[in-house]
Design a binder for this molecule. Structure first.
Ligand SMILES: [Zn+2]
Length: 370
């Protein structure tokens, strides 16, 4: 669930739908959703044409973004296409195996991106071997661009070329730890080195697009399941490396680790530039303590800072508890502020955001099943 934010529509006082922006903030401060997508971020704004919803960059589920169209630049639109598949790279493992040598790391990264792109093309070939009748809704009903004239026995190959093939990554923070001993939240120089790695990955994606005439895009992988699985495998293989494999999860995509003490605004400022690079999708989270429903102004200042910093898609995490007996929603410590009932007498308080607060690198299970 997400709301578009756009100057002239709903972002500023006096905009026709400003009241809806305010309501969205109140709702999210209470229940974690909606998330906020920013149509004025430069990489989203360049596609925007007034009055044309097909030009409004949309984020599906927890972050997926499909917009530019290298196969047919006249059809760089939201509707009628989608992401065909994505594969994520375990960046920390490449870094561990590089023994702090950036040249070795980049060689390994290039080799891995080449392998992943060939794997994506292989999968694409299998998808392309299908006929119109295999997609009775998407193709049969003309949902996908250029599928209107497709018969049941026609190949879907040309139509699918409008879709995207995405290369993802996780654990930039642990990668920098392995390469330099510090992550990009801790050190200015490391911040530049980290950005250069992801910029390089985007350039490789753009080059693959140019070479194939298809849409290779770079994804800031959410990796709810993967981030735990990768670190477990790597811990068995390389041991418990401080700051790298000694936690339950690798950090989500380019995020500054949630366990690292840093101000909300600084975290946003560090992460925002990566939104421009990750054209297959991205999201930044900020953790706020306490009951944000009682302080929507603080919540709004975070959202506005995200927009000004050039974030494409953002969300605020905060604790949300609910007393199933009296229905009170907010932060409940031991005693419910509404009915005075103590935890466990007779039922347990629902901690809606417990998973997200306990393992904050793992976003709350999103609505797209990734
Ligand atoms: Zn109560």
């Amino acid at each position: 669930m997400r709301i578009f934010c756009k100057e002239g529509i709903n972002y500023n006082e006096g905009d026709p739908n400003y009241d809806l922006f305010k309501l969205a903030i109140r709702c999210s401060a209470k229940r974690l959703f909606p998330n906020f997508s920013f149509l004025d971020a430069p990489f989203n704004k360049k596609f925007y044409r007034e009055g044309d919803y097909n030009s409004e960059v949309a984020y599906m589920g927890c972050r997926t973004r499909v917009m530019a169209n290298n196969y047919d630049p006249t059809k760089a639109v939201v509707c009628g296409r989608g992401n065909l598949s994505f594969t994520s790279i375990n960046l920390p493992r490449l870094a561990i195996e590089s023994n702090r040598d950036f040249d070795v790391f980049y060689k390994k990264l290039d080799a891995m991106m080449d392998l992943v792109s060939r794997q994506l093309l292989h999968r694409f070939k299998i998808q392309c071997s299908k006929k119109g009748r295999n997609y009775p809704f998407l193709m049969g009903q003309g949902i996908w661009i250029d599928s209107d004239d497709l018969g049941p026995d026609d190949s879907v190959a040309e139509v699918l070329k409008h879709g995207t093939l995405s290369i993802g990554f996780i654990g930039l923070a642990e990668t920098m730890k392995a390469l330099t001993g510090r992550h990009h939240g801790e050190d200015e120089t490391v911040r530049e080195q980290a950005f250069a790695i992801i910029k390089h990955m985007r350039e490789v994606c753009d080059r693959k697009s140019a070479e194939t005439g298809l849409n290779f895009t770079l994804l800031a992988t959410p990796a709810e399941g993967l981030s735990g699985r990768f670190v477990k495998i790597d811990r068995e293989k390389y041991g418990k490396l401080p700051g790298i494999t000694d936690r339950d999860y690798y950090t989500n995509s380019f995020h500054v680790p949630v366990y690292y003490p840093i101000g909300a605004f600084e975290k946003i400022a560090i992460e925002a530039p990566y939104h421009d690079l990750t054209n297959a999708g991205h999201i930044s989270y900020v953790e706020l303590d306490g009951d944000t429903a009682k302080n929507p102004e603080a919540f709004e200042s975070v959202i506005r800072f995200m927009k000004e910093a050039g974030v494409g898609y953002g969300s605020v995490n905060h604790p949300v508890d609910r007393d199933p007996v009296c229905g009170y929603t907010g932060v409940i410590d031991d005693v419910c502020p509404r009915c005075g009932r103590r935890e466990g007498e007779p039922v347990t308080i629902e901690r809606l955001n417990e998973l997200r607060m306990r393992f904050p690198s793992v976003p709350v299970p999103c609505d797209c099943n990734r």
